[in-house]
Design a protein around this ligand. Structure first.
Ligand code: MMA
Length: 173
């Protein structure tokens, strides 16, 4: 009888251990794809977010307004639609279109109260720099494999005060 109890106990414990192991590994294989880096910059200006714009499609082009010292403003094209422009009117507006199917997979830059520099790196090996080399560096990349820059958020007034980067899978369709 004692021997039977022991066997039963051992079996139950083994089952519980297996269940626990399964739960841990099941958790680790849950598909995850969204990640976020930021916010890089200062606390001035007003919040903006392109979270709704990502529904228009993947990022297809960038307009970045740059002055002698600052990233002054920006506008991002999602699918065929441009976002609202945020920022001020000083400096020069630079525009770059991505190639069909090309995605941004890394964003680095510098800030010092306001955003000073942005560098976009694409999955086709292109390196697209805007602005000037002063301030604290940041380097943002997605947490999950095969994910890309889907939209940005941040703070803006007459300059871009800060930026946040939101990563997820490239949209199908
Ligand atoms: C405005 C105002 C500030 C912001 C700067 C730079 C000139 O002041 O919105 O809060 O920090 O612009 O964007």
């Amino acid at each position: 009888m004692q021997r039977l109890d022991n066997m039963l106990m051992t079996t139950v414990m083994l089952a519980l251990t297996l269940l626990a192991l399964f739960c841990v590994s099941a958790e680790s294989v849950q598909p995850r794809s969204s990640s976020y880096n930021g916010e890089y910059g200062g606390g001035g200006g007003e919040r903006f977010s392109h979270s709704g714009n990502q529904l228009d499609g993947p990022i297809t082009a960038l307009r970045i307004r740059v002055s002698r010292y600052y990233i002054v403003g920006l506008q991002v094209r999602y699918g065929k639609e441009w976002s609202d422009y945020v920022g001020g009117s000083q400096g020069d507006l630079e525009e770059i279109f991505l190639h069909p199917g090309e995605s941004i997979i890394q964003v680095s830059g510098k800030y010092k109260k306001y955003l000073r520099k942005l560098v976009f790196v694409t999955d086709k090996g292109r390196y697209l720099p805007f602005g000037k080399d002063t301030g604290t560096s940041f380097n943002a990349a997605p947490l999950y494999p095969n994910t890309v820059l889907r939209f940005i958020s941040g703070r803006a007034g007459s300059l871009i005060d800060a930026i946040g980067l939101h990563w997820d899978v490239y949209p199908t369709c």
